[in-house]
Design a protein around this ligand. Structure first.
Ligand code: ADP
Ligand code: MG
Length: 251
């Protein structure tokens, strides 16, 4: 068997934030190799730099140093126009869903396709398919305010899939949901991973989420990867102090 191909490669990612008063380096040189088709988890305490790292993957934040590759293309070398093209290959979902409140579920899912110039009828057709895929066939005309948290996250997932991404980035996607709803959203994500072959990056502070759906996991601590490995291995025998703290916290 040949070794799995790389989908996302991070090389020496550093990120510094500058404010008037001070300068803060949040990421000190993070490297990682995320394979095609895997569900890769990134865990760590609050403030460890998880959200900053995921925003560096799709270059919502420009790394201060280091390189990011997506499926063989170096994103950090691209200009704005090419970067916009490449960003379509990455969908993102957030803790707070970020839906457009004045649009129906269907129109929320249509939105990224409108932006990228997909004809309206075709966008609508695809949006319907996606809402069926996430189990919301009967809520297409509902507004976000009429939906539960789990349903809102399903709309956000359908919207993230609208541009047929290679990668789905999930930043605390289930952290606002109750345990039952979380389980449903996680099994949907796993289903998307296996059925559509989409690579998924899961950022969370919830260990149970990692155990539920990830293949591999990296522990980030103080802006660096402390350890990385198969989920079973890390949860059975964490090598670092932070790993032990995170895992034992759970038990
Ligand atoms: P996590 O997602 O692991 O909780 P974050 O990546 O959100 O961590 O934050 C890591 C650190 O970076 C925190 O100290 C946070 O205050 C700081 N930080 C994040 N974004 C900014 C920003 N835009 N400007 C200044 N500091 C920031
Ligand atoms: Mg965060």
């Amino acid at each position: 068997m040949s070794e799995k191909e790389t989908m996302i490669r991070l090389e020496g990612i550093k990120k510094r934030f500058r404010t008037k008063a001070s300068e803060l380096e949040v990421l000190h040189g993070v490297s990682a190799d995320i394979k095609k088709g895997e569900v890769f988890g990134i865990i760590g305490l609050s403030g460890a730099g998880k959200s900053t790292l995921v925003r560096c993957i799709n270059l919502l934040e420009r790394p201060t140093a280091g390189k990011v590759w997506l499926d063989g293309v170096e994103l950090t070398a691209l200009g704005d126009k090419e970067l916009r093209e490449q960003r379509r290959h990455m969908g993102m979902i957030f803790q707070q869903f970020h839906l457009l409140m004045q649009r129906t579920a269907l129109d929320n899912v249509c939105f990224p396709m409108e932006i990228s110039g997909v004809p309206k009828a075709k966008a609508k057709e695809r949006a319907k398919e996606l809402l069926e895929l996430v189990g919301l066939a009967d809520r297409m005309e509902s507004y976000p305010a009429q939906l539960s948290g789990g349903q809102k996250q399903r709309v956000a997932i359908a919207r993230a899939l609208a541009t047929e991404p290679k990668v789905l980035l999930c930043d605390e996607a289930t952290s606002a949901l109750d345990p039952n709803t979380t389980a449903g959203v996680l099994s949907l994500l796993k289903d998307i991973n296996t059925r559509l072959g989409i690579t998924i990056v899961v950022i969370t502070h919830e260990m149970s989420v990692i155990q539920e759906i990830c293949d591999r996991v990296a522990i980030i601590d103080g802006g660096l990867i402390a350890e990385e490995g198969g989920v079973e291995e890390i949860f059975r025998a964490p090598k670092t102090k932070i790993g032990q703290e995170l895992v034992m916290h759970e038990g």
